[in-house]
Design a protein around this ligand. Structure first.
Ligand SMILES: Cc1cc2nc3c(=O)[nH]c(=O)nc-3n(C[C@H](O)[C@H](O)[C@H](O)COP(=O)(O)OP(=O)(O)OC[C@H]3O[C@@H](n4cnc5c(N)ncnc54)[C@H](O)[C@@H]3O)c2cc1C
Length: 340
């Protein structure tokens, strides 16, 4: 079977992997150069945190997450299973209690345990919640590795901008005439085609510090600026991320950057001396309920609406997409349109 995938973010690449595994001939067409800073996936934290995300998402995300984590563990070069630590300043302890009430899969960490787990935080935080089943990865390293694997498996990558003007149907164009399925993974790039898709702007930073060491993602609860910090290799940390109802994806605001940096400084003053390597901004593709969807219109299957769960959900969504396209299995939990 011939499959054309539009988009080379985490959704498109996971779909390419799932189709090629079933022996399909796969071409990926993307406006970006395979993977670059114009994709939402480029800016992600790479947290695989179904427990923490359970605070304000449906259980569906946790079940998609469990499947996806098994996938990433098998292919991601730096998949780390150190869990997630959630902390709050002494003034914000009620937030920690609320977080505990609204989530599952944590254990309380106190005093000496904190010193053993994250020595650099023990002086300021003597209580936290450890979600030990959670993991993280480096999105750029992982997706570049996936692209290399796909190329070695015969997947073709082409650069091309698909016209998304309202009313334009790519799948019935000449370009798509000899393919069996078009898998549309363009994220927000498909918003004229999927009119209920919206953007949720996220601003983030990469900073570098040799003065602080963290072994796992840390979430700092705060009434206005909840923050997470994900450690990468060589003293680099990803600080994220704002959540703003907007499709604007070019400029981070002064206020957002100030707030993210102040929160990092509150987590540990050594972040005050860190070097800012990069300020990033993107908009997450999301439907109104923030859950991912598989939609069929003719021979186009859209995999979209990954919101803040692209890495957590894309491998599981890709499996459902392939099971539908090749075996006719309808994934009722994520499919809300099936128009032949
Ligand atoms: C700051 C931030 C932090 C995040 N942290 C996490 C996290 O820790 N864990 C997690 O699971 N998720 C996280 N997310 C969410 C995750 O990044 C997204 O859900 C995910 O990247 C969406 O992937 P996608 O492949 O659907 O879209 P994208 O990554 O945006 O990919 C879309 C692709 O389509 C292409 N395209 C678009 N329009 C066209 C066109 N007209 N023609 C051809 N090609 C086109 C683009 O070039 C790109 O290749 C985060 C998001 C942000 C912004």
């Amino acid at each position: 079977m011939r499959i054309e995938i539009l988009g080379s973010g985490v959704s498109g690449l996971c779909c390419a992997h799932a189709f090629v595994e079933r022996g399909c001939e796969v071409t990926v067409i993307s406006a970006s150069d395979a993977l670059d800073s114009t994709c939402c996936s480029w800016w992600a934290g790479g947290m695989l945190a179904p427990g923490c995300e359970g605070e304000n998402t449906e259980p569906l995300i946790a079940s998609l997450g469990a499947e996806s984590m098994a996938f990433w563990q098998s292919i991601a070069p730096d998949y780390a299973t150190a869990g997630t630590l959630v902390v709050a300043t002494s003034r914000d302890q009620p937030l920690l209690n609320n977080f505990a009430r609204n989530t599952q899969g944590w254990q309380t960490i106190e005093g000496e345990q904190m010193a053993g787990l994250e020595p650099d935080l023990a002086e300021r935080f003597n209580k936290g919640l450890l979600f030990s089943d959670e993991a993280h990865l480096d999105p750029r390293q992982t997706l570049n590795q996936l692209i290399d694997d796909l190329k070695n498996s015969g997947v073709k990558f082409e650069q091309g901008q698909i016209d998304d003007s309202p009313g334009n149907d790519y799948s019935s164009s000449e370009l798509a005439s000899d393919v069996d399925w078009v898998i549309d993974c363009r994220g927000l790039g498909a918003r004229h085609h999927l009119t209920d898709l919206r953007g949720v702007k996220g601003e983030m930073l990469h900073i570098h510090s040799r003065d602080i060491h963290l072994s796992r993602p840390v979430r700092l609860l705060h009434p206005r600026i909840p923050l997470y910090i994900v450690p990468r290799a060589n003293g680099v940390f990803m600080i994220g991320a704002t959540m703003i109802e907007s499709t604007e994806r070019k400029h981070a605001s002064v206020r957002s950057v100030l707030e993210l940096l102040s929160a990092a400084y509150a987590l540990h003053p050594a972040f005050g001396e860190a070097e800012i390597l990069e300020i990033g901004v993107e908009a997450r593709p999301a439907f109104t309920d923030n859950l991912p969807r598989l939609r069929r219109r003719g021979k186009t299957l859209s995999v979209n609406g990954m919101y803040r769960h692209g890495f957590l959900a894309a491998p599981a969504m890709a499996r459902r997409c392939v099971a539908f396209a090749l075996d006719g299995i309808i994934p009722t939990e994520v499919m809300d349109e099936n128009t032949a």
